[in-house]
Design a protein around this ligand. Structure first.
Ligand code: ATP
Ligand code: MG
Length: 422
């Protein structure tokens, strides 16, 4: 669905609401993006029609946030969020209002988080309706809380991470009083569910502006709260920031997280991912990347088989990016990175992960009883194969015999390793 068709759909929704005597305005992020001349991700409509009135005017609707007065309208193949102008009551959980009231557009603007997110656009007249000074802050490139910053962050703590995300993403500054309020309330972010924290972190880390996002996280005091597993010294923060700056713009969450957690050993980094409720795939990926970085830093000393194992992994490209960022951050040369890539590029695709020359059935014909010895022998032979030490299957079988002779012997129908282990 193109942004143009989403815009047309939102305008159609507004038109129908207007024809029925209601006010209807484009609201929030899409107005900000239109003024910045960037393509909005989605278009939200705000109206004085109540959710029931919205539902009665459109064929296909779904009440998504009934308690917040939000109705999804499906129109022209797009889903448009239609929210009734509202003001929020008290916040007792640090995230959601206990109640809401339906109010005027102006009051609705005042419950929004930042001035740049608090504007409306009237699609009929083409006018911006700005009750909160959003246009001035857009020009000044400032993320400023609407109203009293400390109160706004005390109400909904997630807004603190949103401030960092918007400031980094737009290359804006956080307005000083707003930043002070975040520093003051930063510890409260821990009251927010870890899933929502992870979601915001992911958006910060997957943006091409991730370096700035990381610096703002540290500067606002939020980093120490969302990643409390270590005391982040200024030097640690700067090291990570520099490396994040070397990642390609499109780097994904797994890669950026491996950089962010680069000062942790693999297992502790994995535990942090688990605490943040990252997916298993992401957790395993971060662990794999952190585990393999020291190995590829000495890419010239890797066995050919190891280069092939790494190359066969779907995360190899990320490992290359991680290595390049590390080299550029740590040394004056990207030699290990170039070495890894040139070694990898010399391997013909069919030799990266060729079918094994020998398998478990070959060991069975030797009457080797089941046990860990199978895997040990097969792994060793496959490694030799990848190292291109075995021209053919006969050579591979000879190696099996050789390994068996040197690792143990049959005793009472059981394989005994020379070292006494079974
Ligand atoms: P994005 O482009 O990232 O979607 P957005 O500004 O559209 O940015 P949304 O999270 O989609 O952000 O929210 C839409 C609008 O709702 C915001 O522009 C803002 O006006 C309001 N809003 C969202 N979250 C909050 C919040 N936690 N507190 C107050 N207002 C909020
Ligand atoms: Mg949005």
């Amino acid at each position: 669905m193109s942004s143009q068709s989403a815009r047309r759909a939102a305008e159609k929704v507004s038109e129908i609401l207007r024809q029925n005597g209601f006010q209807a305005l484009l609201a929030g992020g899409c107005v900000r993006d239109l003024l910045l001349e960037v393509e909005p991700k989605d278009y939200d409509v705000a109206t004085n029609a109540t959710p029931d009135q919205v539902v009665s005017l459109f064929h296909r609707t779904e009440k998504v946030g009934a308690q917040f007065g939000v109705v999804l309208v499906r129109i022209k193949g797009c889903m448009i969020e239609v929210a009734t102008f509202r003001s929020d009551g008290d916040y007792s959980d640090g995230r959601h209002p206990d109640s809401i009231r339906f109010v005027s557009a102006e009051e609705d603007a005042r419950r929004r988080d930042f001035t740049i997110n608090g504007m409306f656009f009237d699609p009929q007249s083409g006018r911006i309706i700005d009750y909160v000074g959003g246009q001035a802050d857009l020009r000044a490139k400032l993320v400023r809380a609407i109203g009293e910053p400390a109160r706004r962050f005390a109400e909904d703590h997630l807004r603190m991470l949103r401030a960092v995300r918007f400031a980094a993403g737009l290359s804006f500054e956080i307005e000083p009083e707003t930043l002070d309020a975040i520093r003051f309330h930063a510890a409260r972010i821990r009251a927010i569910s870890v899933e929502r924290i992870q979601q915001e972190l992911a958006r910060i880390l997957t943006s091409p502006t991730r370096r700035r996002g990381w610096e703002l996280l540290a500067d606002s005091g939020l980093l120490a709260q969302v990643l409390p597993e270590t005391a982040w010294s200024a030097a640690d923060v700067a090291d990570v920031a520099e490396r994040l700056g070397y990642l390609p713009p499109e780097a994904d969450f797994m890669l950026a997280t491996a950089v962010a957690l680069g000062r942790f050993a693999p297992q502790p980094a994995g535990r942090i991912c688990r605490r943040l409720r990252c997916s298993n795939e992401q957790e395993r990926g971060v662990v794999w990347l952190i585990e393999n970085l020291p190995r590829v830093l000495e890419a010239d000393r890797l066995e050919l088989a190891d280069v092939k194992f790494l190359l066969a992994d779907s995360r190899f490209e990320r490992l290359g990016c991680l290595l390049e960022a590390e080299c550029r951050g740590r040394f004056d040369t990207v030699l290990p990175h170039d070495t890894l890539l040139s070694r990898a590029s010399r391997i013909p695709p069919e030799q990266v992960a060729p079918p094994p020359l020998v398998g478990g059935e070959d060991l069975q014909t030797l009457h080797l009883p089941a046990g860990p010895i199978y895997k040990q022998i097969l792994d060793a032979v496959y490694r030799a194969q990848l190292n291109e030490e075995l021209p053919d299957r006969e050579a591979a079988l000879r190696l099996v015999h050789h390994l068996l002779e040197h690792t143990g012997r049959m005793e009472n129908g059981k394989w005994k390793m020379e070292n006494g282990k079974c």
